[in-house]
Design a protein around this ligand. Structure first.
Ligand code: F6R
Length: 610
């Protein structure tokens, strides 16, 4: 949530254009409000308002702002409503200190009170403002910007990162205390940002920071210091090979559609990673543990549910799964040093997951294996080992290709483990792995091609639907939940994802004539799912089916497009493909309703708050 970008340049006077160009790449992190503070000749021009970066830029002419340094912020509201006053950056007491943060201050209420009692003029209800006041406060005491920033940390409790400057100083300072921060060094300019996409338009010379570190940006270089004692740390910029064009729509109307269409390549790329020599390390970590936990949030959690079925079926390994926030209260007393926790997170920065990671590390609760997409994320640096999802940027707020990659990772690992521990026949494991490697990319493409048009037609018939269920059984348990999450998230419909045999235990009472219920199934479970379909049909509900074509299922759908038919494949490949028509259905429905699926209201792609 929230994205900050700070830039210092040497000779240029076009800071507004640079900040808008770079920070617009962080739109997925926040689009409630936007602001830019630009400094020219010792004066700060601060412009901010409610809306996306395009809207606020048009309203306030952000990209025409002059100056040689400045800070931009894209906000996802937590503390304080999304208003102009709460938009960031903020000033300190006077228009001298300017700054913006990402994250949350847990001591917001007490600290605000303390600042006001000691004469500070706090204007907003946003915790980011307090970071600027904390620097202001310590500058008053020390007269030194470096020390003021360093000391400010002792007043601020929570997980956050901020960037701050002073009107009469050329440097910009930034701290990392639990939220992501990355810096870049270009010719005659430096940049600090919440995430790599906004650094890459300027440079691919990148410096990653660790918690407890601070930066000083001049036009020529970025210096890194340890906050605790102010000691300078050696940091050489590394070349990032991430292609900045990956954050462009590439001819698609939305990032979501582009990312759905990238899934055949994702399948190929992630299987390449899984077949690399690193896989021995990942397999050993799992084999050496006596107890296994799979921890994730949102879509990553839904993929983890699919994973538990693969680990059970193919490897005979029971995986206890938990939502990030559930983990400690649910399993916190059952762990020991032989446990392995697989932490699954696209961003690698989700606070609920980092809380789990910190708990495990602090209590020596065994090893951790990150499954992550963002290279350079906190999870990557702090887990004992990590598996990259190999998806490139996922810009659209709804996860699609990363969910897909996670499911493939679990399917592959489970098959490899099963082959090694003899839970399944070695030839069976080999056949499945070959199918993943050789057939999955093209099956994924066929699924997109075949179900795209069906999903589009189906969406048109669902424009008035406000409430529905999406049910799964066995392997499609997580698939149905993921489909429901997509529909909720980008269509603003209530769509509950649940286990299909549970439906009769209460929710069935909601079904009246034409009430829609989507059933996802594999060919091995369709005999059972038919019972659940019948229970809905008998109450005159509308049943929609997602799965391979089966004659036995055909009579239950009223129209061709009510059967989102995926291509014929192995029963263990079915659950990987079944999610795709649901992604497409949610996409087309969202667009038909008039929503931008890339930026659903109230959401942010990276949730670095509790
Ligand atoms: C839904 C979605 C979210 C994320 C969740 C976890 O489409 O994207 O539910 O899956 O916020 O994020 P990561 O995987 O970054 O930890």
């Amino acid at each position: 949530m929230c994205g900050i970008t700070g830039i210092v340049t040497q000779n240029s006077d076009n800071i507004g254009e640079l900040l808008v160009r770079c920070s617009s790449k962080l739109t997925y992190r926040g689009y409630d409000s936007v602001g830019v503070a630009a400094v020219r000749n010792g004066a700060v021009d601060l412009r901010k308002d409610v809306g996306t970066i395009e809207e606020v830029n048009e309203l306030l002419g952000l990209s025409s702002m002059k100056g040689d340094r400045g800070i931009a912020q894209l906000r996802w509201a937590t503390y304080g409503a999304p208003t102009k006053m709460n938009a960031q950056p903020h000033f300190g007491c006077e228009e001298v200190f300017y700054g913006a943060h990402n994250g949350n201050l847990h001591n917001y209420v007490e600290y605000k009170k303390e600042l006001i009692e000691t004469g500070h003029i706090v204007r907003s209800e946003n915790d980011g403002e307090l970071c600027v006041h904390a620097v202001d406060k310590y500058y008053e005491q020390t007269g030194d910007m470096f020390e003021a920033v360093r000391l400010s940390i002792q007043d601020l409790k929570g997980a956050f990162a901020y960037a701050v400057g002073r009107a009469d100083e050329q440097e910009i300072y930034a701290v990392k205390m639990g939220s992501s921060l990355v810096a870049g060094v270009a010719d005659n300019a430096t940049i600090v940002s919440s995430d790599l996409p906004s650094v890459l338009p300027l440079t691919n010379n990148v410096i990653y920071l660790a918690d407890g570190e601070m930066l000083v940006l001049t036009p020529h270089d970025v210096k890194v210091y340890r906050i605790e004692d102010g000691k300078q740390l050696e940091r050489v910029p590394q070349i990032s090979y991430v292609d900045a064009r990956a954050a462009e729509k590439g001819g698609y109307p939305h990032f979501m559609l582009k990312e759905i269409n990238e899934q055949p390549k994702v399948a190929q790329d992630v299987l390449g990673i899984l077949e690399s020599s690193k896989n021995e390390e990942w397999l050993k970590l799992i084999e050496n543990a006596s107890r296994h936990y799979l921890v994730a949030c949102g879509s990553s959690y839904n993929a983890s549910i699919v994973g538990t079925y693969y680990f059970n079926r193919l490897a005979g390994i029971p995986m206890l799964h938990a939502i990030g926030g559930q983990f400690q209260p649910m399993y916190g007393t059952t762990m020991d040093e032989d446990s392995l926790s697989i932490l699954v997170s696209q961003s690698g920065e989700t606070k609920d997951i980092l809380n789990v990671l910190n708990l495990i590390n602090a209590k020596h609760y065994g090893k951790t294996l990150g499954v992550l997409n963002v290279i350079g994320s906190t999870l990557m640096f702090q887990a004992d080992s990590h598996i990259p999802m190999a998806c490139g940027y996922e810009v659209s707020v709804p996860a699609t290709k990363t969910y897909f990659s996670q499911s493939i990772i679990f399917a592959y690992l489970a098959a490899k483990l099963g082959e090694r521990n003899g839970h399944i026949d070695s030839s069976e494991a080999k056949i499945f792995i070959n199918q993943l490697r050789n057939d999955l990319p093209s099956l994924t493409q066929t699924t997109i091609d075949r179900t795209g048009i069906l999903a589009k037609n189906l969406a048109r018939t669902m424009m008035d639907v406000k409430d529905l269920y999406c049910l799964g059984y066995g392997f499609t348990d997580g698939v149905a939940r993921e489909g429901a999450l997509k529909i909720k998230e980008i269509c603003y419909n209530h769509c509950e994802g649940m286990y299909s045999s549970e439906f009769k235990h209460g929710p069935l009472s909601i079904v009246t004539k034409n009430y829609p219920v989507i059933f996802t199934t594999t060919t091995e479970d369709s005999w059972m799912v038919i019972n659940h379909i019948n229970e809905v049909k008998a109450r005159h509900g509308r049943t929609i089916v997602v799965g391979e074509f089966e004659k036995t299922l055909e009579p239950y759908v009223a129209n061709k497009h009510d059967y989102l038919e995926v291509p014929k494949s192995d029963v263990l490949i079915n659950p990987l493909l079944d999610v795709i028509p649901l992604q497409l259905l949610s996409y087309f429905l969202s667009v038909d309703i008039g929503i931008n699926p890339d930026l659903p209201r109230n959401l942010s792609k990276t949730l670095t708050v509790d």
